[in-house]
Design a protein around this ligand. Structure first.
Ligand code: NI
Length: 261
């Protein structure tokens, strides 16, 4: 039996915890059947590092943006640099962007302003966007809805962990839904059930590594190779084989982001 081919649609390979062994981490992902990875920038500097990794490794592509928790620290010229980087051929998406009411690192109005900028940039350059939503379901949906009126939305709810109602609304807005290691945690039956019901042409998987390591590796540094653990758990609730589920999520990732293959 061949290894099912997976795409990790959200990881942070530029984080300092990968500093000494990123080549090995990418290699073990490849061995585990991860054909492509999308490394996500969270600041200007992080986005620059993400693009550099995408230039260096064939299976790595980048997304560039300023994550909501970092918008208050953005300096003059940072946004312009993101716009510039977004045009790079190895950059497949804009983000991550969105709203975060959990950490409260930046005023919500400033987060919303940057969310708008990312959505407009995505539309202007024809590359999809990646949404980070932490305890801001209503506000995120409202802002997406507003943008949806100006044309169809092409984006993903990354590491989805809100409720069924929010999932339904995001699907109505044409969003893709991506699930990370949280869907494997023991107590998260509700999230698993939501993942189990996402239409087959709209579901994605990711690691969000180095964070959110899936069960049974919870608490350890996460890496793209472990996307298979999450995919297996979701395939099980969907009552399909990992091969079939991988085929679906990989096709979806290629359709949304334009990964080669
Ligand atoms: Ni992330």
């Amino acid at each position: 039996m061949s290894t099912p081919l997976l795409i990790d649609t959200h990881c942070h390979l530029d984080e300092s915890s990968f500093e000494h062994d990123v080549a090995t981490v990418i290699e073990s992902a490849t061995t585990a059947g991860v054909v492509s990875m999308l490394t996500i920038g969270t600041t200007r500097e992080s986005s620059e590092r993400a693009v550099a990794l995408a230039e260096q490794y064939e299976s790595v592509f980048a997304a560039v943006g300023i994550q909501p928790n970092y918008v208050a620290e953005a300096k003059a010229g940072d946004w312009e640099r993101i716009v510039e980087l977004a045009a790079h051929p190895r950059v497949l998406a804009v983000g991550e962007t969105g709203l975060d009411k959990y950490w409260d690192h930046a005023p919500l109005e400033l987060q919303a302003d940057y969310f708008d900028r990312h959505l407009e940039l995505s539309q202007a350059i024809g590359k999809p966007f990646i949404v980070h939503n932490r305890e801001a379901d209503a506000e995120v949906v409202e802002q997406l809805r507003r943008h949806g009126k100006q044309g169809s939305l092409r984006g993903v709810m990354h590491s989805f962990c809100a409720d069924q109602k929010t999932a339904d609304t995001c699907l109505e807005l044409d969003m893709y839904m991506s699930f990370a290691g949280m869907a494997t945690f023991k107590r998260n039956d509700e999230l698993r059930n939501i993942a189990g019901k996402i239409p087959a042409d709209r579901i994605l998987v990711e690691t969000d590594s180095p964070y959110l390591s899936p069960h049974p590796m919870r608490g350890k540094r996460n890496e793209p190779a472990r996307v298979a653990l999450t995919a297996q758990v979701i395939a099980d609730v969907r009552e399909i084989s990992i091969e079939e589920f991988s085929k679906q999520t990989t096709a979806n990732a290629r359709r949304l982001f334009g990964f080669p293959g």
